[in-house]
Design a protein around this ligand. Structure first.
Ligand code: SAH
Length: 211
């Protein structure tokens, strides 16, 4: 899988290493395990999918290459834990990671899938990710694992200066977009710059918790 990602243009060695270290087959049903290293999205129940490896690698590479936040401890937020796979990869790339899931059943599955990996820097939360996590903010990186029609301005306030949000934005045409928080000029409102990349198709972000 890692060799294929490299061929597909993923050049960030830290991302490739982190993906090589997470056993992806542990995050899906046994019946799907034989397909889990193919470049394909897979069902994880509750009408949700585990993103294809390329999209995970691309999102995390874009986050890392665009982030200008300084400081030696990096904090990341994932919205949409799903089965927990991408959260585990992120835990290998950032000093601490918070991942929020709105569907209780998936939150529980992710906890179970991740237990054996014992990642002490990964915190899973059941909640609405669009509220972010003010207690852990500001973040160097936010990764959306589900799509939004509009840029989530309230959430972006939880970014560090120079920090980035990566996610599928736009409707009906969705693109992987990077939004970066610009240097503050005094006490003005925060400003952001935006970069657009690959056309993608993600499940939508929904509001509220589903029990
Ligand atoms: N990163 C996941 C991909 C999961 S698919 C993985 O590695 O498996 C996207 C996930 O986003 C779904 O589980 C969905 O329930 C979740 N989601 C959608 N809207 C959300 C919201 N507002 N807050 C938190 N999670 C959300």
């Amino acid at each position: 899988m890692v060799a294929r990602l490299r061929q597909q243009g993923i050049a960030d060695d830290a991302v490739l290493r982190a993906m090589g270290q997470v056993p992806r087959h542990r995050f899906v049903d046994e019946g799907l395990a034989s397909r889990v290293y193919e470049d394909t999205a897979l069902p994880i129940g509750h009408q949700q999918t585990l993103s294809q490896p390329y999209v995970v690698a691309r999102s995390l590479s874009l986050a890392r290459s665009h982030c200008r936040a300084d400081g030696d401890r990096s904090r990341a937020l994932e919205i949409g834990t799903g089965c927990g796979y991408q959260a585990a990869v992120m835990a290998g790339l950032f000093s601490s990671v918070v991942s929020i899931e709105r569907i209780e059943g998936l939150h529980r599955d992710a906890r179970r899938n991740l237990a054996a990996l014992a990642l002490s820097n990964l915190h899973l939360i059941l909640g609405d990710g669009l509220d972010g996590c003010p207690e852990m903010a500001p973040f160097d990186a936010m990764v959306l694992a589900a799509g939004l029609a509009d840029t989530p301005l309230e959430l972006l306030r939880q970014l560090q200066v120079g920090g980035v949000m990566v996610g599928p934005l736009g409707w009906p045409d969705q693109r992987l977009v990077v939004v970066r928080r610009c240097q503050d000029d005094g006490n003005a409102e925060p400003t952001f710059e935006r970069f657009e990349f690959d056309a993608v198709q993600f499940v939508p972000i929904l509001r509220g918790i589903q029990r």
